[in-house]
Design a protein around this ligand. Sequence first.
Ligand code: ADP
Ligand code: CIR
Length: 357
Amino acid sequence: MSPSDERVKALEQAYSEFAKIDSKSLLKKHLTQQVFDMLKCRLTNAGSTLMDVIQSGLKNPDSNVGLYAPDQHAYDVFAALFDPVIEEYHGDFTSTDVHPDLDWGEPEQLGDLDPEGRFVISTRIRCARSVNGYPLNPTMTEAHYRNLEAKVQQALSSLDGELKGTYYSLIAMDKETQQQLIDDHFLFKEGDRFLEAANANRFWPTGRGIFFNEAKAFLVWCNEEDHMRLISMEKGGNLSSVYSRLVKAVTEVGKKIQFSRHQRFGFLTFCPTNLGTTIRASVHARFPKLSEDYAKFEKIANMYNLQIRGTRGEHSESIGGVYDISNRRRLGLTEREVVSEMRNGVLEMIKHEKQLQ
Ligand code: ADP
Ligand code: CIR
């Protein structure tokens, strides 16, 4: 099967317009004429085309990456585009590499990044999970969103001890509460333009919601970018505590819900940047002296494969000198290695900041 002539024509038109636009995205770099010609007539078994993969990057030339997998099969059908993007984003992961098995390592050995509490404001680790038997966002029906929410809510309702909490459907949440949760860094924002253009916000707010325990230290996002995002966070720099809680939570939830894995890419996610471990371990921190020399700050981040984001997350600016610093790579290395990467880089930044003060 191949897409209709009309769909191929629309793709060709969009590609020729994109060719005139300036963009630093990985999409722009890797969607060469040759790759485009090879992929423009392909269809996944869920009926997705190259347009479904690249439309977010076409509409948002300021994307860092610019592509998403409309369904699991897209990673294989459009490998000629995904593979070089994945290789560049995650470092050394080549088109024949296979993601390693899960290895959480020893959370208690990670310690506190900033025992004196001078630099690190808070620490957060999140991972993503897709649920077996459900398609990815752009190919989900309204019924899929509802059923998946019910399944997630049911699984979370049996957690106990520190993980015990309450699930709140977005559909039943007033706007004020929603905004407060966003401002306090607990909830995803609404109307993300990158997801919107990828067709990932359909039927919003149906099926979307958030679960959290009383301390708001363990949270789960339902049906935002991925089926599930599991999050552990707290004030300060106690990485051991944050990571231990995440490991416990993912292990417990995994006893109740079967997660999807891709044979090469590990845990399956909607965005190729999240594949593999799916882990983003971050600190919110202030390095007033180091960040004055932004080029140096970035150089240290790059040396340790870290990404610097603004205070309100991806595609936001720093407010009051607060930066979000996290591991950039998530695929081709284990959970233990990913978290160590963030730990080592942040410790190095603290060392430099101390020398400058
Ligand atoms: P992701 O969940 O994919 O990591 P974002 O960059 O959108 O995506 O961040 C989601 C939210 O988590 C934002 O409000 C962001 O400020 C918050 N956040 C990220 N890291 C931390 C941290 N270490 N402490 C507090 N909040 C954080
Ligand atoms: C972009 O391309 O900028 C968005 N689609 C988000 C990509 C994920 N970001 C990241 O760097 N981890």
